[in-house]
Design a protein around this ligand. Structure first.
Ligand code: G6P
Length: 617
């Protein structure tokens, strides 16, 4: 949520910042801006709207500075307009900042600063940070070294802030310095050859360098042309570890696709292979998971599993509930991370807390993880973004390895999460009680999933035709039983978030307890009914919808003639073991939502009001 980029080096900063903002636009896109120190003044250019609008505004400006900060915003405090856009400059005009996160005590601080003579122009919490730094800077009259003054002011200010921040500040008196800090919102420093790029995400850095320092909470970095130093906000210096950014520029390019979402849907056969690669071993019929192997004793002895996540990752968690109970016979509970942290969760001895997060930065998921750890749970992270906060704070974990996901609507991360969770459940099951024969069947079936996804993707045009026919309908239902219930939720979420169509996902049998009253001849009802233990019952539910005139769009197993007789449209998927079917049934739903959104003329990768990485509560 909100993207930050800052540059210090030997090139012109402005084009690098704008390019970086474009890479981070998925984090927020309601306004953006840049700031540079120029002849003892701060030059700020900012605007409401997309980065392209900012780019247009920058066209006739001559901004040659080789140091600057930039921001793309997802509004929290204050409406999205030019005044509230970042960077924010303090009332003396000396300090400019870009900020990601929420300053929870901003109103108390604002009153205090106002009494001290500060004036404010925006409605944002972030402007308070700029003024707070400035106040402490100006108060240190005895300190003659401006660089030290700036550094100390930053520390004093951050110690007063309650809330979260990824922040970068510049000061007109110290024109060759960037100071950045983080608490709760990510901040990565790319260390190049004579240049530094700070950003909320490595996507804005990888073009320049693959060497990075991931700042931890309450850590700061001070960057000058001579190098950088890392310290805590309490002034304790430490040596930062330089890590390798794990992906390449190619992985974040559109590669001929019109949207990231379609690219990410269509690359699922490859991303799934990558998620399974080196882990599924067909020859010896084993699953190898390096990230959790040191904990296999604890996992085998576990008494229960708690899963916490948000959005699509939560849906993957719901599928995992079925998997852990079925395969590993472990009692499993799934919670929205935002709810888990605010109730009084019971963590018994032997509880494994699994947190699922594509970005590894979702604030509610992170807070739920910390809560569970405080209460004694052993934590596992199922994360895509390597080096992210959740990945670093969990006791162990398994990365998805599906490559960076940029489209706001999550697709390949979902299938990656399902694959990894299936492998973990099987890994535990085999060590507890599952026979090698049964285990091998799942290993083989999992191995075939990527090619089967490839088969489903070939139906994209046919699915587009269905979308064309019904994309003007404003209400949809998605129904599924057992393993298909979470997929129904995911299908409905996909349609809502990018097509802005109202959709509900339900367990098919629950339809009779209310939602059936909604069914009319106008309403598309998507049935997820592959062959399996609940197939006959799902067919019965489809008959109930048909009897009331609803339009039935079914996702069914190849060769299912009974469903063909009932449904208006059938999308066929290859057969697989029931527990793995969500990996296949979700694909037509991703395509349906994608095509419906494009046909309705929406910006699929940047749906209104949404952001990909939700770093505020
Ligand atoms: C946002 C995104 C969703 C995502 C959810 C959780 O709402 O739009 O696509 O599923 O956050 O994100 P995470 O990175 O924790 O998986």
């Amino acid at each position: 949520m909100c993207g930050i980029v800052a540059y210090l080096g030997n090139k012109e900063a402005c084009p690098i910042l704008v390019e970086g903002l474009k890479r981070l636009e998925y984090r927020g896109y309601d306004s953006s801006g840049v700031a540079f120190v120029n002849d003892a003044a701060v030059d700020v250019v900012k605007t409401k709207g997309r980065i392209s609008v900012l780019e247009e505004k920058l066209k006739d400006k001559s901004l040659t500075s080789s140091l600057g900060i930039a921001h793309t915003r997802w509004a929290t405090h204050g409406v999205p307009n030019t005044t509230n856009a970042h960077p924010h400059v303090d009332h003396t005009g000396k300090i400019a900042i870009v900020h990601n996160g929420i300053i929870e005590n901003f109103s108390t601080l604002k009153k205090w600063l106002t009494k001290k003579g500060c004036t404010f122009t925006s409605d944002t919490d972030s402007e308070v940070a700029a003024n707070l730094i400035s106040l402490f800077y100006n108060e240190q009259t005895e300190e003659k070294d401006n660089a030290l003054r700036f550094e100390k002011a930053m520390r004093l200010a951050l110690n007063k802030v309650v809330g979260t921040y990824g922040i970068v500040a510049i000061c007109t008196d110290v024109p060759d310095t960037l100071i950045a800090a983080r608490k709760g919102s990510p901040m990565v420093l790319g260390v190049g050859d004579g240049e530094y790029v700070l950003a909320s995400d490595a996507a804005a850095i990888v073009q320049h360098t693959t060497q990075a320092v991931y700042l931890g909470d309450n850590e700061m970095v001070i960057i000058t042309p001579g190098g950088y130093k890392t310290l805590t906000i309490d002034n304790v210096p430490f040596e930062a570890k330089i890590e390798q950014i794990e992906y390449s520029l190619d992985e974040i390019e559109l590669a001929g696709h019109e949207h990231y979402m379609s690219k990410e849907i269509f690359e699922q056969p490859e991303t799934l292979k990558a998620a399974l690669s080196g882990r599924l071993n067909i020859t010896d019929g084993q699953i190898h998971l390096g990230g959790i192997k040191d904990l296999s004793r604890e996992l085998v002895r576990a008494r229960r599993v708690n899963i916490t996540a948000c959005g699509t990752a939560w849906h993957a968690g719901l599928v995992a509930e079925y998997l852990f109970e079925e395969f590993a016979q472990l009692p499993t509970e799934v919670d929205y991370a935002s709810e888990f942290r605010y109730r009084n969760p019971i963590i018994e001895e032997g509880t494994i807390q699994i947190v699922i997060s594509q970005s590894g930065e979702t604030i509610d998921t992170l807070a739920a993880l910390r809560e569970a750890k405080d209460r004694g749970a052993l934590s596992l992270g199922i994360v895509n973004s390597v080096g992210s906060t959740i990945a670093r704070e969990t006791d162990a974990g398994v990365y998805l390895h599906v490559g960076p996901e940029i489209g706001v609507a999550s697709t390949k991360a979902f299938t990656g999460q399902l694959a990894v969770l299936s492998m973990i459940a099987l890994y535990i099951a085999r060590r507890r009680h599952m026979s090698q024969q049964r285990f091998s069947q799942y290993v083989e079936a999992l191995n075939e999933i990527p090619d089967k996804i490839g088969e489903i993707l070939k139906q994209s045009e046919a699915i587009k035709e269905i979308a064309k026919k019904y994309c003007d309908r404003e209400n949809w239902l998605f129904l599924g039983r057992g393993y298909q219930f979470p997929v129904a939720l995911e299908g409905a979420l996909k349609l809502k978030e990018i097509s802005y169509i109202h959709a509900e996902g339900l367990p098919a049998a629950e339809m009779k307890h209310g939602p059936i009253a909604l069914i009319t001849e106008e309403m598309p009802v998507v049935f997820l009914a592959p062959k399996g233990t609940q197939y006959d019952k799902a067919l019965g539910n489809a008959e109930e919808v048909k009897a009331r005139g609803g339009i039935i769009l079914a996702v069914a197993t190849e060769g299912d003639d009974r469903m063909k007789e009932i449904a208006d449209h059938v999308i066929s998927i290859p057969d697989t073991l029931e527990e793995l079917q969500p990996l296949l049934t979700v694909i037509p739903l991703q395509l349906l939502a994608y095509h419906a959104a494009v046909l309705r003329g929406h910006d699929v990768d940047k749906p209104r009001n949404l952001a990909k990485s939700v770093t505020v509560e």
